[in-house]
Design a protein around this ligand. Structure first.
Ligand code: HEC
Length: 190
């Protein structure tokens, strides 16, 4: 009896140590991805506010449109991961979610509906992407006041006209404060 228990312990020990290591790895990767998302988000909001103050929302369209991907690339290179944004209601077709992202965005909406604070909604896991094992992470983006200028229900007509000119397929309006505007999406290659 004792021998069986010992044998079981010997088998279980490296196994549980392995699980602990894996959990630690997921935590570290999630921490790095979350930090990158927050850094990208803060830089973006800072640039948006500067451009809005300088020339109103029409001037600031360039920040969300031209600057955002540039900032994302710079941050990503610095941190050795890819960072982008996606949403269930898109403005830029290039930001279309893939199947993994779509499932996460839908679950984020359910989590918010269940009362979770959007600031804390995130998800990360190891998964396959194009035949490669990667760590993927998403963090919800809540709609703030400044966002309503271009994503709200009463976007100024001249702003809306400019948006429609640049993005004829746009459906990223009608958001209210606190709604999930979308999510940051991060890929780390181990
Ligand atoms: C001045 C207008 C403007 C403001 C203000 C603005 N956005 Fe945008 N937003 C845009 C444009 C234009 C795009 C398309 C970007 C592109 O072409 O990559 C966009 C795209 C996005 C996307 C990517 C998904 C998609 O629909 O393509 C997210 C997420 C997003 N905005 C969130 C926000 C949030 C959150 C705020 C507030 C902090 C905000 N935006 C404020 C104009 C704006």
């Amino acid at each position: 009896m004792r021998r069986i228990a010992l044998a079981l312990a010997l088998v279980a020990l490296p196994f549980s140590a392995g699980i602990a290591l894996a959990q630690q790895d997921v935590k570290e990767r999630s921490d790095a991805a979350r930090a990158a998302a927050l850094d990208f988000g803060m830089t973006l909001v800072g640039e948006l506010q500067k451009a809005m103050a300088a020339g109103g929302p029409i001037n600031a369209i360039g920040v969300c449109n031209v600057e955002a991907p540039k900032i994302a690339t710079a941050k990503a290179t610095e941190k050795k991961m890819t960072i982008a944004r996606t949403s269930l209601k898109l403005r830029q077709a290039n930001n279309k979610p893939d199947a993994w992202e779509l499932a996460r965005l839908q679950s984020f909406e359910q989590r918010k509906a269940a009362g979770e604070n959007p600031m804390n909604i995130e998800f990360g896991e190891y998964t396959d992407m194009g035949g490669k094992r990667v760590f993927r992470f998403m963090k919800a983006i809540a709609t703030g006041e400044v966002c309503l200028n271009c994503h709200g229900s009463d976007v100024r007509p001249e702003v809306l006209a400019k948006i429609k000119e640049l993005y004829p397929q746009d459906v990223a309006t009608g958001f209210k404060m606190g709604d999930l505007r979308g999510a940051f999406t991060i890929v780390q290659t181990p």
